[in-house]
Design a protein around this ligand. Structure first.
Ligand code: BEZ
Ligand code: FE
Length: 312
């Protein structure tokens, strides 16, 4: 086979792996080549543009280390992370919706008791958060793991200012009580920019986009017999609620962060200044319902479960 032109080259490449022994590898490779060739034919890049693209991807790779993952960020701002989420966690009646995982989760976060304050040395307004975790039938899930992380009142995560804070803040893990309830104090998060000091920031600027995410609390919820849920509680009325840089907002995940006057908080604590309050009742998808997904989809889900990184 020789003398390929702008169109015949595609079939020639597809033929090269016609005998691929793994049907999934063959399917993915075929789709990649077809779509990539169509993309290149559509945009008709100059050689300078193609060299820029190679350099962009090279720099994205060079930006990555054990604390920074520029390719996940690229996937986030291009809407691919939320597309993967939509494919792997389609909506199910009465089950809480999932959203983007993001880069700021850390493995083995500090452990807390119910009602503790997770804020550490973080700055911002106090906030009380409570809620429940249940199965779709309404059965409360006792001993479920509640893993929380969020930004402070200025728009930084603890991992972006560990030296200043002297340790973690605005993150921790706790277990629900016998009635499937959780509760904790923390700092009210505010909107913040995704990291823009690398190639993804360059991409956002070139596309004329802002880098902000509306204020949110991250939750990762796990209970035996149920699919792990990665989600947020977004703040109603946030300036960026309709233009999240990573497309993670869903109506069902928005709640008002209510400003309460000084006085007695729901847990009996006497507050000498106003504080914010939010509650959310989460419902986890039973594993029996999640097994309807294909094994390939489950592979993707399992792979994403282990990705955690911390921007510098
Ligand atoms: C976050 O919510 O922490 C996040 C998500 C995607 C990209 C950057 C940050
Ligand atoms: Fe976040």
């Amino acid at each position: 086979m020789r003398n390929f032109d702008e169109n015949s080259i595609t079939e020639a490449v597809l033929q090269r792996f016609a005998d691929c022994p793994d049907p999934r590898v063959k399917e993915i490779s075929g789709a990649l080549v077809r779509h990539l060739h169509d993309f290149v034919r559509e945009i008709q890049p100059t050689e300078e543009e193609w060299a820029y693209a190679i350099d962009f991807l090279t720099r994205a790779g060079q930006k990555c280390d054990d604390k920074r993952q520029e390719f996940i960020l690229m996937s986030d701002v291009l809407g691919v992370s939320m597309l993967i989420d939509a494919i792997n966690h389609p909506p199910m009646e009465a089950v809480t919706e999932s959203t983007v995982f993001g880069p700021f989760h850390v493995n083995n976060p500090p452990k807390f008791e119910l009602g503790d304050n997770l804020a550490g040395a973080m700055q911002g307004d106090p906030m009380y958060v409570e809620g429940t975790i249940s199965s779709p039938g309404g059965a409360r899930l006792a001993g479920a793991e509640v893993d929380i992380w969020h930004s402070d009142g200025i728009g930084n995560y603890d991992v972006q200012q560990l030296d200043k804070l002297g340790g973690f803040g605005g993150r921790g893990v706790m277990k629900t009580d016998a009635e499937g309830r959780f509760r904790f104090w923390t700092i009210r998060p505010v909107y913040y920019p995704v990291p823009t000091d690398g190639p993804v920031g360059e991409l956002l600027r070139a596309q004329g986009r802002h880098p902000f995410r509306p204020a949110h609390l991250h939750f990762m919820l796990s209970a035996p017999g149920h699919e792990r849920l990665v989600t947020h509680i977004f703040a109603e009325g946030d300036k960026y609620i309709d233009s999240d840089a990573v497309f993670g907002v869903k109506d069902s995940l928005i709640r008002t962060y209510v400003l309460k006057p000084a006085g007695t908080a729901p847990d009996g604590r006497k507050m000498d200044k106003p504080y914010y309050y939010v509650d959310y009742d989460f419902v986890l998808r039973p594993l029996a319902a999640s097994r309807q997904a294909s094994s390939a989809r489950n592979r993707t889900d399992a792979a994403s479960a282990s990705i955690s990184y911390i921007p510098k």
